[in-house]
Design a protein around this ligand. Structure first.
Ligand code: ADP
Ligand code: GN1
Ligand code: MG
Length: 371
């Protein structure tokens, strides 16, 4: 792992590579992502403060950062065209990667770490929890619109940045292996949580089976549709820009829908320790169904719409199982900020799945209203 001193030194090296070494006045840790190291850079340019996002890419998670940045350039170039056609503002409505001195959209530092920079989306916010149903509705429209905008993009041009990212049955096998290997000797203390996922093994393959049988299509999807991966306009609250494009790959629309529900329709935060606060808000669920379908502009099939509740449950199961796997493997994947952080996160997901199971008939009834 990079030491704090090394990180500071390399940050400066990266800023220089992007031509901002002289003008940068501050560069501080920023945001609540679990994967990349994100920094807010403030530069003094022509007497004004101009902000940028600098990220050290997580090479444990993304094995081929150069290929990943090729994806991001392809996707953002394509999105810019779509946004222009609609009369929108490409500087604000999609990510804009900066080019380093050598013309590439990344910089590889002298110890082999990869860095990238984006222009900062100004007058906008990203949220870790829904403030009002309108926020959630807006995020739904924006994620739906993103799918619509990418519908004409040839998916075969995109590399798979994390193979089998949402292959839930495969995630289940990895979880089983982690339980068996028990490298940190933590399995004995989490028997209840392990049993929870084991009892739902069949649920893990439900959506993937529908794909295999050709009942639902593979689309270009975002695959990480957390509320904090969307920027809302600070003044109007409108969803303006989908960010965190690292996992844009062929995938399932019901999974994009489902991951948003997992994170945003929970009445508690993702790592809440007081489980009595965790529940599925049916009001927020309905807002998201409505907004997502509107944003997709009629693109989803009847079967995809019918399966939306399954997307929500499967994504919550999958993510919870990934947190437990990481806990068993010694917290090597998700950034943790306290002891047993991944354990808290998995317990929250379990409580949320249990609440979805209780409210299943209501979730299906809501979806039927919009089908
Ligand atoms: P991670 O992959 O670790 O989740 P993200 O790319 O999502 O990293 O960035 C982390 C956070 O940084 C986001 O949730 C958002 O708040 C902020 N952020 C990222 N890119 C931008 C941007 N271009 N403009 C403004 N804020 C940004
Ligand atoms: C990670 O990068 P971030 O924080 O937006 C993870 C998602 C998980 C999420 C759980 C590339 O998302 O898959 O659902 O944490 N991203 C990756 O909060 O693994
Ligand atoms: Mg993120």
């Amino acid at each position: 792992m990079m030491t704090r001193e090394q990180c500071c030194e390399k940050k400066q090296e990266a800023l220089e590579a992007f031509g901002l070494g002289e003008v940068a006045v501050s560069c501080e840790k920023y945001g609540n992502g679990h994967i990349n190291d994100t920094f807010l850079v403030v530069c003094r340019e022509n007497g004004k403060d101009v902000r940028y996002i600098l990220q050290r890419m997580n090479q444990e998670v993304f094995k081929d950062p150069e290929q990943l940045m090729e994806n991001i350039v392809l996707v953002t170039d394509y999105l810019k065209e779509q946004i222009k056609k609609r009369g929108g503002d490409p500087a604000r409505e999609t990510l804009n990667p900066l080019k380093a001195g050598d013309g590439r959209a990344f910089y590889k530092d002298s110890i082999g770490s990869y860095w990238r920079m984006y222009t900062f989306i100004t007058d906008a916010i990203s949220l870790d929890q829904v403030r009002t149903p309108e926020d959630f509705y807006e995020s739904a429209v924006a994620f739906g619109r993103f799918s619509g905008q990418m519908a004409g993009f040839d998916a075969s041009r995109l590399a798979e940045t994390i193979p089998d990212f949402h292959n839930t049955p495969k995630r289940y096998r990895t979880f089983e292996e982690a339980v068996r290997a028990d490298v940190c000797k933590r399995a004995a203390s989490v028997q209840k949580e392990i049993a929870f996922y084991e009892a739902r093994q069949a649920d893990m393959s439900y959506c993937m089976e529908r794909l295999k049988k050709g009942r639902i299509p593979l689309r270009v999807t975002h695959n990480d549709t957390k509320l904090n991966n969307i920027m809302l306009d600070g003044a109007t609250g409108r969803g303006i820009c989908v960010i965190d494009l690292d996992t844009v790959m062929p995938g399932l629309s019901i999974y994009d829908f489902g991951d948003s529900i997992r994170f945003g329709a929970n009445t508690a935060v993702e790592d809440e320790q007081d489980l009595s606060r965790v529940s599925l808000s049916l009001e927020l669920f309905e807002c998201y169904v409505k907004g997502y379908l509107e944003g997709c502009g009629g693109a989803l099939t009847q079967e995809e719409i019918r399966l939306l509740p399954y997307g929500a449950k499967t994504m919550t199961l999958e993510c919870g199982m990934r947190f437990l796997t990481d806990h068993l493997q010694g917290d090597t994947y998700f950034m943790v900020h306290r002891a047993n952080h991944n354990l808290d996160r998995t317990r929250t997901q379990i409580a949320l799945v249990e609440d979805m199971e209780r409210k299943w008939a209501q979730m299906e009834a809501i979806v039927e209203k919009y089908r």
